[in-house]
Ligand binder design. Structure first.
Ligand SMILES: *[C@@H]1O[C@H](CO)[C@@H](O)[C@H](O)[C@H]1NC(C)=O
Ligand SMILES: *[C@@H]1O[C@H](CO)[C@@H](O)[C@H](O)[C@H]1NC(C)=O
Ligand SMILES: *[C@@H]1O[C@H](CO)[C@@H](O)[C@H](O)[C@H]1NC(C)=O
Length: 218
């Protein structure tokens, strides 16, 4: 079917070159940046609403994969050849939709953090809507690389089919810290500062995401 010609060889060569770049990036649509910056603004208040309004050391149960940190992103970039940034962005939305849902679930109707969390979720949904609108539908039907698909399947597994050892306990604040850090890394062009040294995906930002993760209770 494919007729080998000079131009396909050239194309192959170009694709080969692209594969040397660990992650294929595309510019973030401007509308999405606006939505994500609004979200970033809301996240500024996370200490007050996600820490001070909760009992000390309060944790919630989340999927193992919902503890999604910068180190997980770099590991996936290394592990999956030619991984598209867009795939990681889709994963980010999937992960954090679950995180927000789990935080809301533990908040009684009159909890002082309830309105804040509801607003956060609504802004998150807005951003997700813009994200979906900004890409052709085929993008979302594309097959995912195997290891990403495995992650995805575990994230969307029915809770009662998840073995006890596959849950983690993490504080709401910790989850939102990671939410924000990974957002700034994966949508880097929305958050890039003029300071070239401030790479949001860089190792220097990792260690901040390590505290306060507890093993599942036995
Ligand atoms: C994101 O929020 C922080 C405050 O938490 C702020 O300093 C920063 O400028 C915001 N970034 C953007 C791009 O809006
Ligand atoms: C909270 O966790 C820290 C560190 O694990 C511990 O030292 C402290 O005693 C805990 N505080 C309460 C009130 O449980
Ligand atoms: C995320 O990274 C941590 C260590 O940084 C690791 O223990 C965990 O298994 C990773 N999670 C996934 C889903 O790969």
């Amino acid at each position: 079917m494919v007729q080998l010609s000079a131009s396909t060889c050239l194309l192959g060569g170009l694709l080969g070159l692209l594969l040397l770049v660990p992650v294929l990036t595309t510019p973030t649509p401007p509308g999405l940046c606006t939505a994500l910056k609004t979200l970033n603004g809301s996240l500024t208040h996370r200490r007050r609403y996600m820490k001070h309004n909760f009992p000390i050391n309060y944790t919630i149960r989340v999927h193992y994969e919902e503890v999604f940190r910068l180190s997980n992103i770099s590991r996936l970039k290394l592990k999956v050849e030619g991984l598209e940034e867009l795939v990681l962005q889709r994963l980010w939305f999937q992960v954090n939709q679950g995180v927000l849902k789990k935080i809301i679930r533990v908040l009684p109707e009159r909890h002082p953090s309830r309105p804040y969390t509801a607003e956060l979720e609504s802004r998150f949904r807005d951003a997700e809507g813009v994200f979906v609108q900004a890409h052709p539908p085929e993008v979302f039907q594309q097959e995912l690389p195997d290891s990403i698909q495995d992650l995805w399947d575990r994230l969307t597994e029915e809770p009662d089919r998840v073995p006890e050892s596959s849950w983690r306990y993490a504080s709401p604040k910790y989850l939102l810290d990671n939410f924000r850090r990974t957002m700034q890394c994966l949508f880097t062009d929305c958050f890039a500062s003029t300071d070239a040294h401030d790479d949001y995906c860089a190792i220097a930002h990792w260690r901040k995401g390590r505290k306060k993760l507890l093993q599942p209770e036995s």
